[in-house]
Design a protein around this ligand. Structure first.
Ligand code: ZN
Length: 145
């Protein structure tokens, strides 16, 4: 299981999905995790209350970059309320809380990051992209009114 998880994390790290500049983004938030020299910028575009597109930029450790890559795939074309729920589940998983089966299932590939809960510094790596996403989501929704 550990090896499988490692493989999936490295795959996203080496071939990040949705990495680059998002033309016409409605919101953009950059965050740093100095403890690990990770940097992530999340850019969002909205269609009403739906995240119509998402991209990220940044560099850092494999956990931070893989988490960002997986996050973009998970939230693209999802409603803001779905994204909020997913953020909450992801947060619970990486901080070591026990999730019910349905919640665990909804995390999909991101379950590969569950092992970070044992390492507090890694929890921050895994959450960096999500924290940026959360702020970008608030910004974007405010702008839409
Ligand atoms: Zn890191």
């Amino acid at each position: 299981m550990e090896a499988l998880h490692q493989e999936m994390i490295l795959d996203h790290y080496r071939r990040p999905r949705n990495k680059g500049e998002l033309e016409g983004a409605d919101a953009s938030v950059a965050l740093r995790h100095p403890g690990c020299a990770d940097e992530i910028e999340v850019q969002l575009a909205f269609d009403g209350e739906r995240v119509s597109d998402v991209k990220f930029l940044g560099h850092g450790c494999s956990i931070s970059q893989a988490s960002a890559s997986m996050m973009t795939e998970a939230v693209k074309n999802r409603s803001a309320s779905y994204v909020e729920q997913l953020y909450s589940k992801f947060r619970s998983m990486v901080t070591g809380e026990v999730l019910d089966e349905e919640s665990t299932k909804s995390l999909g590939e991101m379950r590969a990051l569950s092992g970070v809960s044992k390492y507090p510094i890694r929890v921050k790596c895994a959450l960096l992209a999500w924290n940026a996403l959360e702020t970008a989501l608030e910004q974007g929704l405010q702008r839409i009114g």
